[in-house]
Design a protein around this ligand. Structure first.
Ligand code: XMP
Length: 326
């Protein structure tokens, strides 16, 4: 029988048997999947686990703080925060191709975990020891869409599946690999993960890096963060958070269009709103967000975000469009 309790009991037994006395790290993003995976592994092996939050600079506004406030406070998990903003920006410089971006981000995540693992061992005064295991919050749809499932096409390389380097030094623990998002949420509720995390909308590991069509730069990230914060604020204010599965906000950095603001001509970038409704992200429909809410978001973004002079709405279902643009 499938129940969250059974999944938890099975995984706890399996994880304990796998890792024995070894040290384990978990990449924590603040999202549902990695948080539930971390809570599950912590339940199994306690302080043999250290979570690593990689601040890659591709986060939305306020996310680092939120992980500390919501997740660490609720679980008491050991957390290491790594500032890798410069490293990721340098690695992504000059790159526009979506799959190349995904591979680079996947690789830099792993390099960062490796460095963090060495520091964790040193800080624990166990020099010579090694962290052998990495926990990831991989779900069943991530595996399928990265080409790992039987007969599945490689649609895109999810950073934690198809984006992993070949010379990976860690063995993987992926306790959610057979589950869909609604099942992960049920497991999270059972484990006592706070509502703010369990009901968070999905956000991809590669973050805003795959929401800038074109090269990723610090300036473009700042623009997109501002536009995204406005869209999220207004959708929340309108009470739409649970109706909408997620709403990617995308900056078309390689596109410009002519506009007029004040008494002057502008030549700025469009922002795309991509609100979708879905059960499991494998298919999706575009959300019928009320016109007044869209109007408010559009007015605010074009007034408040420099260089953006146009807001467009994506009305494509999945398929044929994917949820993210890259
Ligand atoms: P697509 O764009 O394939 O997205 O329709 C399906 C769902 O997966 C999320 N997504 C990712 N999540 N790492 C993640 O953790 C990734 O590399 C990744 N790529 C897409 C996307 O936000 C949507 O919820």
């Amino acid at each position: 029988d499938w129940t969250p309790g059974n999944v938890i009991a099975d995984q706890i037994a399996h994880i304990r048997e796998q890792v024995g006395e070894d040290r384990v790290i978990c990449g924590l993003s603040g999202g549902v999947d990695s948080s539930v995976a971390a809570a599950l592994v912590q339940r199994a092996i306690g302080n043999q686990l250290t979570c690593v939050f990689v601040d890659h600079g591709l986060m939305r506004a306020g996310e680092v703080e939120q992980v500390e406030k919501d997740f660490v406070a609720a679980t008491g998990v050991q957390l290491k925060v790594v500032d890798a903003r410069q490293q990721f920006l340098e690695a992504l410089a000059g790159v526009s191709d979506p799959e190349t971006k995904r591979k680079i981000i996947g690789r830099e995540f792993i390099r960062t975990f490796e460095a963090a693992a060495r520091e964790i061992v040193e800080e624990a005064g166990e020099s010579g020891a090694e962290v052998k295991w990495l926990v990831q919050g991989t779900l069943y749809p991530d595996v399928v869409e990265s080409g790992g499932g039987e007969g599945a096409a490689n649609i895109k390389s999810h950073h934690n599946v198809g984006g992993l380097p070949d010379d990976l030094q860690f063995k993987l623990i992926e306790p959610l690999r057979a589950l869909f998002k609604d099942e992960v949420r049920a497991v999270g509720v059972e484990l006592g993960v706070p509502d703010e995390i369990v009901w968070r909308q999905p956000f991809p590991g590669p973050g805003l890096g795959i929401r800038i069509v074109g090269e990723v730069t610090a300036e473009r990230l700042d623009l997109l963060r501002e536009a995204d914060a406005i869209a999220r604020e207004e959708l929340t204010k309108a009470g739409l958070d649970r109706d909408i599965w997620q709403c990617p906000v995308v900056l078309l950095a390689d596109v410009r269009s002519v506009g007029v603001q004040g008494d002057g001509r502008t030549y700025g970038h469009p922002i795309v709103l991509r609100p979708v409704s879905s059960e499991d992200a494998m298919t999706a429909d575009w959300s019928r967000v009320p016109y007044e809410v869209l109007a408010t978001i559009s007015t605010r973004i074009t007034n408040e975000v420099k260089e953006v002079n146009r807001v467009v709405l994506d009305v494509t279902s999945k398929p044929p469009g994917t949820i993210e643009w890259e």
